[in-house]
Write a protein that binds this ligand. Structure first.
Ligand SMILES: [Zn+2]
Length: 258
């Protein structure tokens, strides 16, 4: 928690960082300023399964300053078709230990901290404290709703994604400005311990979550707010569904415009 409580005071980019991030810094309107914003940013990735593996890798290579990853599980053989941060040799290790080690090796400039915890109503505020953005890497709706509620309460943007089979959905929730998860999914879908997933699906959706996070941090482009992206790998289609705020939403109806 120590790093998140303190503001990350970062004045400059080291010469090696300027070189490392050159290919993104030469994107028109990106430059040094956007890279510095990334370096000052604190992102929480809740869950390092399929979605969390993909999003945390792309946030790490992009040079986000601080990454906090949360997961309670151990690596299992059945995870390996999609959870690309965990390898054969990691089976029975904690996902946090496995992921922290890989992410630090990918980019030592990023401060990566892990919390091997189950996210509960009691600890969620503490786990998210200080975060600029929270990424949904969960595989169940009860925890997603818990994160959604906490993000609305704390005013933290929440980048939701979910996958099944070859289909994925994505939406960026900005408290006070956009519909929250509960506005458009009023009731929790039933929790299933095992559901089908092709690894490439969370690969794609996790990449898109990282891209949304980077856009929000750098204020580049137009975020996926108030519209849900539905990706279907079967026919390789990307469709958009317009979302409206539910004025009677039990989670966000009292949330004022930010
Ligand atoms: Zn709502």
């Amino acid at each position: 928690m120590s790093v998140m409580k303190k503001k990350l005071h970062v004045a400059t980019l080291k010469p090696a960082e300027l070189k490392r991030y050159n290919r993104q810094m030469i994107i028109p309107s990106f430059g040094k300023q956007a890279q510095l914003k990334l370096k000052r940013a604190r992102v929480v990735v809740a869950g390092v399964g399929g979605l969390g593996s993909s999003s945390s890798i792309y946030l790490t290579v992009a040079g986000v300053g601080y990454l906090r990853i949360i997961d309670e599980q151990l690596v299992e053989l059945t995870n390996l078709n999609r959870q690309v941060l965990h390898w054969e040799a990691d089976i029975d290790r904690s996902k946090i230990e496995s992921a922290v080690e890989k992410l630090r090796a990918i980019n030592p400039n990023v401060k990566v901290e892990g919390e091997q915890k189950r996210i509960t109503r009691e600890n969620v505020d503490e786990l998210l404290r200080g975060a600029d953005i929270v990424i949904d890497g969960m595989d169940n709706y009860p925890t997603r709703f818990l994160l959604n509620e906490a993000c609305v309460r704390l005013g933290i943007p929440f980048i939701h994604a979910a996958v099944e089979g070859l289909v994925g959905q994505l939406v960026t929730i900005v408290p006070g400005k956009s519909p929250c998860l509960r506005c458009f999914i009023p009731k929790e879908p039933p929790t299933r311990p095992v559901f089908p997933v092709l690894g490439a699906t969370p690969g794609v959706m996790g990449c898109l979550q990282a891209m949304e996070a980077i856009k929000l941090i750098t204020k580049i482009g137009k975020p996926l707010v108030g519209r849900m992206l539905v990706f279907n790998g079967k026919d390789m289609s990307f469709d958009e569904i317009k979302l409206e705020r539910n004025l009677n939403c039990p989670v966000c109806r009292r949330r004022k415009e930010m």
